[in-house]
Design a protein around this ligand. Structure first.
Ligand code: NAD
Length: 356
């Protein structure tokens, strides 16, 4: 029976959680990660610490490949070797930052879009029956959510309670004719291609469009990793720059554990060409102001923030995902972490790393 899980971005937040989870189920995990996050975000972003920890914790069940997903031949050789032993692919390697992408559009597109196509084609050639899960993003909807009739409240923006998306935005929001950012556009290309390999080649592919993905495995950097960077700044007494919307923009946050348990549900009952919004939804969301308040309560420290009037280009003013479609397909799946639980865990996990 095939029992190998291939995880790209295996030293990153979602990749490392996936490695631990599936190794914990007794499967062998092959990881692909070249620490490119260090190149994107500098030393704050490097995932080497996480890889070292992973190797120690998981031991022989984990094999690491310092491979670049832009290396088409390298990926093809790896999948040719593994062949039909592959039971599942989790493709989480990416250039993940909205802001960074505009610095090097070619690099962003080569990693996010072409890297994903390299993965899909290697899988189609060597193990087409294995479920292929891709971590897409809510940025594929561009800034369309900013056209919602938002109401300003004391600490956040909100939708009217009778709005169709008050409970969370569903997958039928258009991804077309909107400001995506260069990052959002490269993820759209990948997202649509993953769907296409499902529909056209009848492969069991799933696109999971993440809200804020978070957890203690995040290498918190200013340009990526919202809640982890909030907690890091409060703990290290660094100044956090809040960009626009009076700090009232709302994000939903899903813990890496909850997302990876969704991956397992899909792996056990795969479907073809599915698309799911996967965020914290109504259960787990906050504005920047609210996140800092919770972080201050947990740490007993005062946050140091600085307000920049200009919002980030295309940044969402309000995003709460609806996970109803996923829950309908996988009724046993449950979300377990909300924002206070996520921040508390980060605080406890990083006592030695993040000090003032
Ligand atoms: N974290 C979020 O808030 C969020 C939100 C929505 C979607 N996503 C998506 O989820 C996925 C995982 O995000 P994450 O937060 O775990 O990111 P991460 O940066 O923590 O992990 C990604 C890993 O991929 C590796 N990588 C990057 N380029 C590579 C390349 N060319 N070859 C091999 N490895 C490479 C990096 O070194 C890093 O370890 C990404 O696709 C991201 O776009 C993340």
């Amino acid at each position: 029976m095939s029992s190998v899980v291939v995880v790209t971005g295996s030293a990153g937040l979602i990749g490392s959680e996936s490695v631990r989870h599936f190794a914990g189920l007794g499967m062998d995990v092959v990881g692909v990660d070249n620490d490119m996050r260090g190149y994107f975000f500098g030393s704050d972003g490097s995932t080497k610490w996480n890889l070292d920890r992973l190797k120690k914790e998981v031991g022989d069940r984990y094999t690491h490949h310092d491979l670049d997903i832009r290396d088409r031949d390298g990926l093809n050789k790896l999948f040719a070797k593994l062949g039909r032993d592959v039971a599942l692919i989790i493709h989480a390697a990416a250039q993940p930052s909205h802001d960074w992408a505009a610095r090097e559009p070619f690099t962003d597109f080569d990693v996010n879009a072409v890297g994903t196509l390299n993965m899909l084609e290697a899988v189609r050639q060597h193990c087409p029956d294995a479920p292929f899960i891709f971590t897409s993003t809510n940025k594929v909807y561009g800034d369309t959510p900013n056209r919602l009739p938002l109401i300003e409240q004391e600490t956040r923006y909100e939708l009217p309670t009778d709005h169709q998306w008050f409970g969370g935005i569903t997958e039928d929001m258009s991804i077309d004719q909107t400001l995506h950012s260069v990052f959002g556009a490269s993820k759209v290309a990948a997202d649509v291609m993953v769907q296409e390999y499902g529909r056209y080649f009848d492969m069991p592919t799933a696109v999971m469009r993440g809200g804020t993905l978070t957890g203690p495995g995040h290498s918190a950097a200013e340009l990526h990793g919202f809640l982890a960077y909030v907690m890091r700044c409060v703990m290290e007494q660094r100044v956090y720059h809040i960009y626009g919307y009076k700090g009232k923009m709302v994000r939903d946050a899903i813990h890496s554990h909850d997302l990876v348990s969704a991956f397992e549900a899909f792996y056990r009952a795969p479907r073809v060409a599915e698309v799911y919004n996967m965020g914290g939804g109504r259960f787990s969301n906050c504005s920047h102001i609210e996140a800092f308040k919770i972080a201050e309560e947990i740490t007993g420290l005062e946050a140091r923030t600085d307000y920049v009037d200009q919002a980030r280009t295309g940044d969402h003013q309000w995003w709460v995902s609806s996970t109803a479609r996923f829950e309908e397909h996988f009724p046993d799946w449950r979300m377990t972490y909300d924002v206070p639980a996520i921040l508390r865990e980060m605080y406890e996990a990083n006592q030695d790393l993040w000090k003032a």
